[in-house]
Ligand binder design. Structure first.
Ligand code: ZN
Ligand code: ZN
Length: 356
């Protein structure tokens, strides 16, 4: 299914007639089979997955969309298979292949040419950006676990708990409720530290009047989820409330606008304009969102200088924030699936200000 999409793309261009895929992420994306080592060879009408003895039985049982071959002398095997496929120009993943691998295969595949500009990377990015229904189901399943963890953590957070305890409780909840892994190291920070967008949870003790920002996600079937919520403990100041409402307004304005045809730069600008108008433009220090899927950060990104256009099937985050150094910060993040008419918010967790 996924390999067919790459084969269609190979047919539609003339720069290369074979693709050599070495990265675990792209191998997994196309075969649906996770492995730490292996090669996927694709031409317009044939695809071969070479994997080693640790994986061969499982791969033969589960990989249906291509031939599965046991790895022996990888470089020679790759050369012989591409020769059988009558491939003469092999594209590689310029952004993911090491220089050592490049040099090795440039020699091993002679006289075939190795194409190491970013042609293949761009094609794969574009394919991966358009999620298929099964991929969206996995992202939704991952997101459900994270949201259940959020409901749980709202009963757990109280003055006296440390950031570390909150992050561990989120992790334990997700991993014991079906997450096969965490999307990334959970962020749970409190008080003045919330002004650091990617602060690391430590021994800070949560106090009345603190904001607690949590950015976390689960992995299901190889697909990631990503959400952020900022909650208050006990009470909030007028300024905390104002900043929270500004971020929420910006976040909702983007969600209202997301639709096929909207440029990613314009999506970013919507959030930035709301925050700038409220006087906090200098304190929104990162981009508005990013694609999510097999990796936690993937194409397309909602950033000021992004030059892509949203299309049906994209899954992107919407996560503006305001960070006031030495005071506090707020970020609110949902994941949205771009549909024909707009977008479906994949994040159901409440985001009106919660005071625990
Ligand atoms: Zn996040
Ligand atoms: Zn994110």
């Amino acid at each position: 299914m996924m390999i067919n999409r790459l084969q269609n793309a190979i047919r539609e261009q003339a720069a290369f007639d074979g693709a050599l895929i070495v990265s675990p992420e792209n191998r997994f994306y196309f075969t649906g089979f996770p492995s730490s080592d292996g090669f996927l060879l694709v031409s317009a009408d044939r695809a071969v997955f070479i994997t080693d003895g640790r994986y061969i039985e499982a791969a033969q049982n589960t990989v249906k969309d291509c031939e599965v071959v046991l790895m022996t002398t990888a470089a020679t095997q790759i050369f012989e298979l591409f020769a059988e496929m009558q491939v003469s120009r092999v594209a590689v993943e310029a952004g993911r292949m090491t220089l050592a691998q490049y040099q090795k295969y440039a020699v091993a595949l002679e006289p075939m040419a190795l194409l190491a500009d970013s042609t293949l990377d761009s094609i794969i990015c574009a394919l991966r950006a358009v999620k298929q229904p099964l991929e969206v189901e996995k992202i939704k399943a991952a997101q459900k676990i994270a949201e259940d963890a959020f409901s749980y953590i709202c009963t757990f957070i109280k003055p006296g708990k440390t950031e570390r305890e909150v992050s561990l409780a989120l992790d334990y909840y997700m991993l014991s409720h079906g997450a096969e892994a965490l999307s990334f190291e959970t962020i749970a920070i409190s008080g003045a530290k919330t002004s650091m967008p990617h602060g690391v949870p430590g021994e800070n003790v949560i106090q009345t009047g603190d904001f607690v920002t949590m950015d976390f996600g689960a992995v299901v079937g190889g697909y990631h989820s990503d959400m952020t919520r900022t909650v208050a403990v006990g009470k909030v100041s007028a300024k905390q409330k104002e900043v929270y409402e500004t971020v929420l307004h910006a976040q909702k304005a983007v969600l209202d606008a997301l639709r096929p045809g909207l440029s990613c730069a314009a999506a970013d600008r919507i959030a930035r304009d709301v925050i700038t108008e409220a006087g906090y433009g200098d304190y929104f220090t990162h981009s508005t969102g990013h694609g999510v899927g097999v990796e936690i950060h993937e194409y397309p990104s909602l950033a000021p200088r992004a030059n892509s256009i949203l299309t049906v099937g994209n899954v992107v985050t919407d996560e503006p924030g305001i960070y006031l150094p030495g005071e506090f910060g707020v970020r609110i993040e949902d994941m949205a699936y771009i549909t024909e008419n707009g977008c479906e918010n994949l994040t159901r967790a409440p985001k009106e200000l919660i005071i625990l």
